[in-house]
Design a protein around this ligand. Structure first.
Ligand code: ASN
Ligand code: ZN
Length: 320
C-alpha cells in the first residue's frame, strides 16, 4: 500500500481530510502511513463486541472505499473520528512527551468502531489489550470515537499497560482510570486549543450526547474539589474492579489541580514521567503521590513547584 490523502465525512457529517492507503487493486483503506506507527481503522458494522476482543477478526477488513473520497457511512459508524483521533493521540505522546506510540516501539495502532452489545446499542469504549473498541452509541449517544478525550483515555490504557502496568483493581485501578482521564482530557484540550478555564476542559466524554448538556453527558469531571479520600467508595470486589471508576477522581482531581496550578506542559511531562519511570503495578494513592514527586525532582522542578504538587495531593486527602 502507498500513502495517499482523501476525504471522509465525520460522525457529524463534516468532510474531513484523512490519511489513507492506496491498495494494489486500486482501492483505498483507512490506514494512515504518515507516522512512524501505522494507524488502521475497522468498522465492525454492529457486530457484538465479544467478537472483537483479543485481536482483529480475520474476516474483518479495514474500512475501504473504491475512491479516495469515502462514502457517508464512514462517518455514521464513527470510523473517520476514530482514525483522526488515533493520529492526534499519537502526536500528543510523540511530540509533547517523546513517546514512540502506545507500546513505545511504534507498533501498529488499530481501532474497531461500531460494535454492539449483542445487537443492542453499546454506549462505551475500551482498550482490550490489542486495540481500541468503540461502541456505536445509540439513540442518546454519538459513536464513542466522536470524543477525543474518550479516545485519549482508551489509548492511554495501552500506554499504561506498556509502562507502569497498574492492575485494574482498588487504588491502583483508580490511578489507572485517573491517569487515563487525565491524559484523555489533556490530549483533547491540547489538540482543540481549550484553556483550563473552558467549561469542557475537565469533563470526560462531554461531547457524546445527542441531547442533554455536556455536564449531564460527561462520565466524569476532574475539577470536582470535593473528591478526596474521605469519599473513597469501597465497592464490592468484582464490581467495577473494586470501584476503580468511582474512585478515580480522587487521584485525577489532584493531577488536574497540578495541571491548573503549574502549567499544562510541565504537568503533562511530570505525570508522564511518573507513569513511565516510577509507578509500579500494585501502587496505592500514596505511592502515586510519591511517584509524581520523585518525577518532579528528576525533572528539576523548583522547590515552590514541588510544594504546589504536594499541596494538590494534600487537598485530596492523599498525604505522605
Ligand atoms: N470506558 C471504560 C474504561 O476504559 C470501559 C471500562 O473498562 N469499563 O475504563
Ligand atoms: Zn478506563
Amino acid at each position: 500500500p502507498a500513502p495517499a490523502t482523501g476525504t471522509a465525512p465525520d460522525a457529524h457529517g463534516r468532510a474531513a481530510q484523512v490519511n489513507i492507503a492506496r491498495l494494489p487493486d486500486g482501492g483505498y483503506q483507512l490506514t494512515d502511513l504518515t507516522r512512524p506507527a501505522t494507524i488502521t481503522t475497522y468498522d465492525a458494522a454492529g457486530r457484538d463486541y465479544n467478537d472483537i476482543n483479543g485481536g482483529i477478526p480475520a474476516d474483518l477488513p479495514p474500512v475501504h472505499s473504491p475512491s479516495p473520497d469515502f462514502p457517508p457511512g464512514t462517518g455514521g459508524s464513527g470510523a473517520t473520528d476514530a482514525h483522526l483521533d488515533a493520529a492526534l493521540v499519537y502526536d500528543f505522546y510523540h511530540d509533547r512527551l517523546g513517546r514512540s506510540g502506545l507500546d513505545g516501539k511504534d507498533g501498529p495502532i488499530n481501532a474497531v468502531v461500531n460494535v454492539s452489545d449483542g445487537g443492542a446499542p453499546f454506549a462505551n469504549a475500551y482498550w482490550d489489550g490489542h486495540e481500541m473498541v468503540y461502541g456505536g452509541g445509540g439513540p442518546q449517544y454519538y459513536p464513542f470515537s466522536v470524543a477525543l478525550d474518550v479516545a485519549g483515555h482508551e489509548m492511554t490504557h495501552a500506554v499504561i499497560e506498556h509502562t507502569a502496568n497498574l492492575v485494574g483493581f482498588g487504588q491502583a485501578g483508580a490511578m489507572n482510570e485517573g491517569l487515563a482521564d487525565y491524559f484523555g482530557n489533556a490530549i483533547e484540550d491540547n489538540a482543540r486549543g481549550l484553556s483550563m478555564n473552558d467549561p469542557g476542559a475537565a469533563l470526560l466524554g462531554e461531547s457524546l450526547c445527542r441531547t442533554g448538556t455536556p455536564e449531564a453527558c460527561a462520565q466524569r469531571r476532574l475539577d470536582d474539589h470535593r473528591s478526596t479520600v474521605d469519599d473513597y467508595l469501597g465497592a464490592a470486589p468484582g464490581l467495577d474492579g473494586g470501584g476503580q471508576h468511582l474512585n478515580s477522581t480522587i487521584f485525577s482531581g489532584a493531577l488536574w489541580d497540578i495541571r491548573r496550578t503549574l502549567d499544562p506542559l510541565t504537568a503533562d511531562r511530570l505525570v508522564y514521567r511518573a507513569l513511565a519511570d516510577y509507578l509500579t503495578p500494585t501502587d496505592d494513592f500514596v505511592d502515586g503521590r510519591n511517584a509524581v514527586l520523585a518525577a518532579g525532582r528528576a525533572l528539576h522542578l523548583t522547590r515552590a513547584q514541588l510544594r504546589t504538587v504536594a499541596a494538590a495531593f494534600d487537598a485530596h486527602g492523599i498525604r505522605a
